[in-house]
Structures are given as C-alpha cells and as structure tokens.
Design a protein around this ligand. Structure first.
Ligand SMILES: Cc1ncc(COP(=O)(O)O)c(C=O)c1O
Length: 359
C-alpha cells in the first residue's frame, strides 16, 4: 500500500539528535533558539517562538493578542479541530464563516458580516498547503482593528507572490510528523511584531524571564532540544521536498481524469501538504483505491461545527453549505516527496480507473 504520508528520517536527523543527547540538552535549550531563528528566517519573519505543538502555537498567539473571555474569533469550520479548540481554550467563542469553494480557504466576502463589537481576531487556515486569501483578510482586519492569526500548520514555505505564510500578523505552524517538515511534535509562532513575540515567549514559560520570578500565569508549552535537533536537520531539506511535492502535483494536474483537481490561485505558491481531489461516492472511491494499493485520507470527514463538543456548545444546527459539500467529497491522495515516479503512476492509474468505474 502506498501510504498517505511517509515521514523522512535520515542520518542528519540521527546525528543532530545524538549530539543533543550527548550534550545532555533534552529540554528547551540552544537548539530551540537556533531552530527559531532559522525557521523565522526561512519564512521571512523577524521573530520565531517555538512551542510544543501547532495547537499550543495557535493558543499562545491568541493569548498574546489578548484574546480571552467574552471575545469572538472568526475562523472556518472546514479545518482540523485544533483551530477552533485553540479559540475555546482562551475563553473566546469561535464564529465560523464558510470557505471559498475554489480554494477551500476562508471566504473573505463572508467575513465582514460576521464581525461584531466582540470580535478580536480572524484566524484563516492555509489548508492543504495553499495560503488563505491573506491580503484580502488582512485588509478587513485592519479596517476593523482586528488581529490576524494565520493557521499555517500545513503551509511551511507557502507564499502569495514573494510573501510567505507566517508573515501576516502571527503565523502558527505545526511540526507534527506528517507535515511538510517535522520536529516530532512541535510548533512555532512567527511574527514581525516584537511585542507579541515577547508576550508569547513569556506565556510559553510560566510567565518567567528570570528563573523562578513569574510575571504572569503562563504555561509550559516549550519545544524540546531533541525536537529542535530534528527540525534543524529537516529545515535545509524543506525547499527540495516542497519542489518534489509540486512536481508530483503537476503530474496529477495533467494526468488525473474524471475527478476535480485542486485549484491554485494565480501567483500563489502551493506546497501541497495534501493533494486533495473531489469525487462523488467518496468512501467507495477510497475503498477502491485501497484495493488498488493506494492509501488516501479524508481531511476532514466532519466539519468542526458538527463535532460533538461543538454541538454541545450550540453550533450543531448551523449550516455552511460549501463546507458541508466538501466534507462529503474531499479525498487526499499521496503526494509526499519520497514517492517514486512509479508510485506516482500507480496513484494516477488507480484514481483514473476508479473514476471511470464509478462514473
Ligand atoms: C490546520 C491545522 N491546524 C492545527 C493543527 C494542530 O497542530 P498540532 O497537531 O501540531 O497540534 C494541525 C495539525 O495537526 C492542522 O492541520
């Protein structure tokens, strides 16, 4: 079976991790600092604050902007639940707006109507590796005095023109093993805002600048030096890995038949964390791909507002028609950089045969 993801661990990762272990540097230490600086530089942001996960990066970014009890944050229901959960953790309420059917990201045309006097921030999600419509959304945020937190968990190296994901307001990335690059578990907040970076640093470490002198109630959301060691080995390979993903996606774009392939907005660099097609009879389609030796993934089968905890919070009867349609139709096929050309051909053959059978 060709798997939907295949994390790559090589000699560089082993060497870096061994060096961290040999130095006795297991918790947050010099490798985290080096990783923060290197990742921020790659993104083109002035500051990077590494965290224990993408979820804690989102949570801290919101807290850093002062989001809390009684506030509202606008996000999308077509995402991993962590986007909305991070809002709930702060005491704020997620307000969902639907996604744009053309690119699966937040529809800017719907945002203004969702803004109320309680709105504090907008959290677009750069889903599957394509940046959300950040310029339009940032314009709206600026007009209304709102913070922007980009959920860039799937968008390492993605860009609009020359400007990379993670440089609008605050960006929150995930380094979970299946992402375009990994630290094991881990995340990072990137921003040009020095004050925000200072606040999230403080929050990440129990409100402590001087050891055991606590200025605020904070958290332990630190990345480990072991994780950062893996990340430092992965970083120099990201550009080539993304290019390989793009090359595979280009073959899929050219050779897949009978399915809807992803649309990339002009001028946008899509880094294909996922290559996601739309098909009718999706679950049967996935089962037939599996019979042909091709793994696939559904991101996501249930929109966030229809997940149990959000039904309990009163969101269950809302309707977001594009999201509802997409959750029934999306299917991601393997696009990871370690696929051989033969494996890519196998995926293409399997998708095309299945599409013909189910037409
Ligand atoms: C869109 C999105 N947001 C947030 C997260 C949370 O990241 P993590 O799993 O590192 O906490 C993920 C990754 O799983 C994600 O895909």
């Amino acid at each position: 079976m060709i798997p939907i993801a295949r994390p790559q661990m090589g000699d560089d990762e082993k060497q870096r991790v061994w060096e961290a272990m040999a130095a006795g540097s297991l918790a947050q230490g010099p490798r985290v600092k080096e990783f923060e600086e290197s990742f921020a530089a790659l993104v083109g942001a002035a500051h990077g604050v590494a965290t224990s996960s993408g979820t804690t990066a989102l949570h801290l970014a919101l807290l850093g902007y002062g989001v809390g009890d009684g506030d509202e944050v606008i996000t999308v229901p077509f995402t991993f639940i962590a986007s909305a959960n991070s809002i709930v953790y702060t005491g704020a309420r997620p307000v969902f707006v639907d996604v744009d059917e053309s690119d699966f990201t937040m529809d800017p045309a719907q945002v203004e109507a969702a803004i109320t006097p309680r709105t504090r921030a907008i959290m677009p999600v750069s889903l599957y590796g394509q940046p959300a419509q950040m310029d339009e959304l940032t314009d709206i945020a600026e007009r209304h005095g709102l913070a922007v937190v980009e959920d860039a968990a799937q968008a390492h190296g993605a860009a609009i023109g020359e400007r990379r994901s993670g440089t609008w307001g605050a960006g929150a990335f995930s380094f979970y093993p299946t992402k375009n690059m990994t630290t094991g578990e881990g995340g990072i907040i990137t921003t040009d805002d020095a004050e925000l970076a200072g606040r999230v640093r403080l929050l990440r470490e129990h409100g402590m600048k001087v050891r055991y002198h606590h200025e605020i109630i904070g958290y332990n959301f630190r990345m480990t030096d072991i994780g950062a060691a893996i990340g430092l080995a992965q970083l120099p390979k990201l550009a080539a890995a993304n290019e390989r993903r793009q090359a595979i996606a280009a073959r899929y774009d050219a050779e897949l038949r009978g399915v809807i392939t992803p649309r990339v907005r002009p001028g946008v660099t899509h880094v294909y964390h996922q290559y996601t097609i739309r098909v009718a009879r999706r679950d049967e389609f996935a089962a037939r791909l599996a019979e042909r030796g091709v793994g696939s993934g559904i991101y996501y089968p249930i929109p966030v507002h229809r997940q149990k905890p959000f039904i309990a919070l009163g969101y269950g009867d809302r309707s977001y028609p594009v999201t509802d349609r997409l959750t029934e139709q999306v299917l991601s096929v393997p696009v990871h950089p370690s696929l051989s050309e033969d494996e890519v051909s196998t995926v293409i053959g399997a998708v095309n045969e299945t599409a013909a059978e189910l037409a």
